[in-house]
Design a protein around this ligand. Structure first.
Ligand code: PEP
Ligand code: MN
Length: 262
């Protein structure tokens, strides 16, 4: 598999690439007010928001759907941030492309399903849009690699892996155990593959985010995707783990890291 380094996706990139934004798009106002604050943090280049939310149980907030894609394009027009959202099927891919989303990601509950990943890969043929592939929910490195191979098989070379922790059934201070040896083994097999850490879904609570971010930097990961909300306690999903834009700025300031690529 051929992977283009992150600093070839984005010019003038310094490490880490920071992706920030709410777990879910909730309203135009929530998206724009969050994005305006995030845009003031120089390291943030990409704005994230889930439009279709794969919830573990039904009857939870399942996302605003296509309307949220218009809000994402307003975020881009107003702030200049690139945008990313989660896709789980062909229809999501087609709508995200239609609305000009810059980067797509595949969620942990989708990476576990080869049929779903193949469907997405087929819908992406001929695009070369960047795709980030989260690890599967369970600790199965081969399944993660298989999803990366399916996306690479559609001709895309702007691919990153996102480490979001693993659900093992064990109780611990984490929502999803980091099991750092798994992404480190992935990197040892594919040295050019950029790895981005999602501390939010690993930690499950905001007090642990800074600690997990530093661990990711120490493990030489190249990016961070941090759920950030203008008013986290009112978030419609993942309220306990989202941070304010101000807290995100402080977390990034506090990191010790290397800033160059290569
Ligand atoms: C998310 O990023 O909000 C999300 C649903 O993450 P994951 O697929 O890692 O659970
Ligand atoms: Mn989330």
């Amino acid at each position: 598999m051929d992977f283009l380094p992150l600093n070839k996706w984005l010019p003038n990139l310094k490490r880490p690439l920071v992706i920030a934004g709410p777990c879910s798009a909730e309203s135009h106002d929530q998206m724009l007010s969050t994005a305006r604050e995030i845009a003031k943090i120089p390291d943030v280049r990409i704005f994230r928001a889930g439009i279709w939310k794969p919830r573990t149980r039904p009857n939870c907030f399942e996302g605003v759907g296509e309307e949220g894609l218009k809000w994402l394009s307003d975020v881009k027009a107003e702030t200049g941030l690139l945008t990313t959202t989660e896709v789980a099927n062909t229809q999501h891919v087609e709508l995200a492309l239609k609305h000009g989303v810059d980067i797509l990601w595949i969620g942990a509950r989708t990476t576990v399903s080869p049929f779903a990943v193949q469907e997405i890969a087929d819908a992406l043929k001929g695009t070369n849009i960047p795709v980030m592939v989260k690890n599967p929910v369970n600790q199965d490195l081969a399944l993660w690699i298989g999803a990366l191979e399916r996306i690479a098989g559609s001709g895309i070379n702007k691919i990153a892996a996102i480490h979001r922790g693993f659900s093992t059934g064990d109780t611990s201070k984490y929502r999803n155990l980091p099991l750092w040896k798994i992404p480190i083994e992935l990197k040892s097999k594919f040295q050019d593959l950029p790895i981005i850490c999602d501390p939010s879904h690993i930690a499950g609570k905001r007090d642990l985010i800074a600690y997990v971010c530093q661990k990711a930097m120490d493990a030489d990961m190249e990016g961070l995707m941090v759920e950030t909300h203008i008013d986290p306690t009112k978030a419609l999903s993942d309220a306990a783990q989202q941070v304010t834009p101000e807290a995100l700025g402080a977390i990034i300031e506090g990191l010790s890291l290397r800033t160059e690529f290569g």
